[in-house]
Design a protein around this ligand. Sequence first.
Ligand SMILES: *Cc1c(COP(=O)(O)O)cnc(C)c1O
Length: 372
Amino acid sequence: MWQAETRIDLNAVRGNVARMRATTTAEIMAVVKGDGYGHGATRSALAALAGGATWLGVCSIDEALALRADGITAPVLAWLLTPGADFDAAVANDIDVSVSDVGLLAEARDAARRAGRPVRAHLKVDTGLARGGATAAQWPQLVEAAAKAQADESVEVVGCWSHFVHADSPRHRTTDDQIDAFSAALTVAERGGVRPRYRHLANSAATLTRPDTHFDLVRPGLACYGLSPIAGETFGLTPAMTARARVALVKRVPAGQGVSYAHTYHATRETTLALVPIGYADGVPRAASNVGPVQLGGVRRRISGRVCMDQFIIDCGDDPVAAGDVVTLFGSGADGAPTADDWAAAIDTINYEIVTRFGSLRAPLVFDELLP
Ligand SMILES: *Cc1c(COP(=O)(O)O)cnc(C)c1O
């Protein structure tokens, strides 16, 4: 019997992607970086592909290679590469790479020449985030180098792309500025002889709210897993991850009993404490001490006292809880249990971070298999 479990509803992932699929004419790149935001990269990728995604997005070549090793043949883009990245493996495994500067482009070309076939590249332009991508000043030079590489067939320019600043509020005016900057960069590329098949800009929030950002391909991550990028709006998505644990031990303690390290919580009256066998080594943030929401015995409660490395405690009052009872930390919300959004609000972070942490529960992920 499991003691703690992170369960992934693959049907929800497929359904969420299908929902987005139905609202755009662009192709969908399901983003499965960070082990699929904690949901398992390969299984989530397969569910997303079943839902109509045609591309997968990851950060590193290693993440892309792991998908290939699991037999996934769909196009994969790896977008965060450092000098010395394994471009040979990328070319050999048909992995698309993002290139932001001429130095990395030269490395990619070398690998293509060694392999005797072109490397598939997406040129990244920085439209304001000031993270990856060539600045507007560097862009013409990158385009020129890419056009040359295209001419000698060391590079196939598959895409041009960029990423939003206000990823969680796509109606922000900077989004319009970035669309303009992106369009200007595309014009420069076209004049330089680079006409990529895929122009892409939109993350989840823009995919759900800004059709004018869709171009040829959208790159939702969070929404594939059923979480909303915009607080207070659900977009009809279904959260795929449920994190649960079983009560290990219950005990009665007297009024005034201090609970867990440093006694940051005290029982106000005689009460029942339930010990839950997961802690920060399993993904439960230590910041959830005294605030993390849970459901036990059909009742919403809060963590009492410090979250430890392997365990935490819940003050259950006089409720009839027993060892072995299931504690839900978060799930789809359908049964009244907390959601990843509730956890994010409780510890002042974003739902992205909650699910990504809980993917690392000590127990392996459990998958609700895709139905036919
Ligand atoms: C993570 C990421 C995405 C997906 O973002 P969501 O907000 O999860 O949809 C898209 N593009 C890039 C470049 C990313 O790093």
